[in-house]
Design a protein around this ligand. Structure first.
Ligand code: BTN
Length: 312
């Protein structure tokens, strides 16, 4: 119901009479008024002028499925919970019991948010937590590339909605002003026939006041979560289609342009910790280090930059 009202107002970009809005949505004027009131309570800015009707300024901030869908062009299912344990877990559970091909699970709070390496992801109310479920027909060794594609696309979405430039700390941290604004956790199920599904989750710090040590390391954006979620979803699925057709290569120039790593770095990889001079990324998304005059490549792991203990 609210999807139709919001879409109509969004597309009109002008005043729409209450009569027309109500008729379009198939509700009474009184019911329409209640929906508009509820959306305003969720952060929407809707002007109303007697005799002219209603004009949408900003959609509700709460990223409900029907609001996000009104702003999204991608063809994918959208699910929303005010609060959940973990959107990655929700997506994985749905993947097991349904044949859903493309979906995004969104929540405004997580009680058991998961970070990389078994860490937890602090997920207070008011943030934006999203997990994308896809079923790519790719070799298992190409799955990490999806995280890099997603990093690029989420940077673009953040920039579009916040007007601040975003960088990537390989493979999955999104930085604004040198601080972590978002993190990505990709999980996949590999069966006998290859990749069954991939869940790519992103947690974005929104309107959070960090205190103490975290204040130095974490960044929080102030932006409308419905718009950000829709932008992130459209960019992700657009990137996903390119990834399926052409692989990771087309994303690597942009990935390199957004790279935040330089100088001496330690790669924490399944092979152990190794320190060397950062020497770039190859087209498969592997990080290259120069160690004792030799170039070494690492396909998985994470990077510790000098003096930034929080991500290690
Ligand atoms: C990291 O930087 O360690 C990755 C953090 C990933 C957090 C997101 S929030 C949405 C999705 N659900 C989870 O439980 N984790 C990811």
């Amino acid at each position: 119901m609210r999807y139709g009202i919001l879409k109509k107002l969004k597309e009109a970009q002008a005043f729409v009479s209450g009569e027309e809005l109500a008729a379009d949505a198939g509700v009474t004027r009184a019911a329409l008024w209640k929906h508009l009131k509820a959306m305003k309570e969720e952060g929407a800015r809707i002007d109303s002028v007697t005799g002219r009707g209603y004009r949408l300024h900003t959609p509700p901030d709460v990223p409900r499925a029907e609001y996000v869908k009104a702003y999204m062009s991608a063809d994918a299912e959208v699910f929303f919970e005010d609060s959940t344990g973990s959107t990655n877990e929700d997506a994985k559970a749905a993947a097991l019991v349904s044949g859903i091909e493309r979906a995004v699970f969104i929540s405004g709070q997580q009680t058991q948010g998961k970070g990389r390496k078994g860490r937890s992801w602090v997920s207070p109310p008011g943030g934006l937590y999203m997990s994308f479920l896809v079923r790519p027909d790719i070799e298992p060794d190409k799955v990490p590339g999806l995280t890099l594609m997603a990093s690029v696309k989420f940077c673009e979405a953040l920039e579009q909605e916040t007007g601040t430039s975003a960088h990537i700390k390989w493979p999955n941290d999104i930085l604004i002003g040198g601080k972590k604004a978002a993190g990505i956790l990709t999980e996949s199920m590999i069966g006998m026939d290859g990749v069954e599904y991939v869940v790519c989750g992103i947690g974005i710090n929104v309107s959070t006041r960090f205190e103490g040590e975290l204040k130095k390391k974490a960044y929080s954006v102030d932006t409308n979560r419905t718009l950000l979620a829709a932008e992130a979803a459209d960019r992700f699925f657009e990137g996903y289609d390119t990834f399926l057709a052409e692989g990771l290569k087309p994303f690597m120039p942009e990935f390199r342009r957004r790279n935040a790593i330089s100088g001496q770095v330690t790669v924490i990889s399944p092979r152990g910790n190794e320190t060397g001079g950062f020497a770039g990324f190859d087209d498969t998304g592997a990080i290259l280090l120069s160690i004792d005059g030799q170039e070494k490549r690492y396909v998985a792991g994470e990077v510790s930059l000098r003096g930034d203990g929080v991500y290690v």
